[in-house]
Design a protein around this ligand. Structure first.
Ligand SMILES: [Zn+2]
Length: 142
């Protein structure tokens, strides 16, 4: 079977599923009419194009947010999806730190999960890192 063309719609679907961490096999099945290899090839080409765009953007934009970060196509199942910057704007990216687990419906790293949900883990750590509690002195036991 000859691979069908990558229409805008199919690329959109590919990007969305890839961002959700779907496997190439899953993406191929969802799009239909393409092989897993074709999906991998397309992802790789999109990545290369995205990298080129990013490199160009970096050259003329010193305002790329701090931190390593990841673009949409660089995200894996374990990459934090906390958005940094404004979608559609130059420099927009995701936190990308390890610690997320999409299979367990956990899209953020521990730090951003606390910011997003303020769950139990938040109570265990200081809310404001600048006001961390003073270090306890370790007194020798008598
Ligand atoms: Zn994060």
């Amino acid at each position: 079977m000859r691979a069908r063309r990558w229409t805008e719609q199919r690329v959109k679907t590919l990007r969305r599923l890839a961002a959700q961490g779907a496997s190439a096999r899953t993406i191929a099945g969802r799009i239909g009419g393409v092989s897993r290899a074709a999906v991998l090839g397309k992802i790789s080409r999109l990545r290369r194009a995205a990298n080129a765009v990013e490199a160009a953007a970096r050259k003329c934009s010193p305002a790329r947010p701090r931190g390593p970060g990841k673009t949409l196509l660089e995200l894996t199942n374990h990459s934090c999806r906390w958005p940094i910057g404004e979608p559609g704007r130059r420099g927009f990216h995701f936190c990308g730190a390890d610690g997320a687990d999409l299979e367990r419906a956990m899209p953020y790293c521990a730090r951003h999960a606390r910011r997003a949900y303020g769950n139990d883990a938040a109570a265990a750590e200081p809310k404001n890192p600048r006001r961390a509690p003073a270090r306890r002195r370790v007194a020798p036991r008598s």
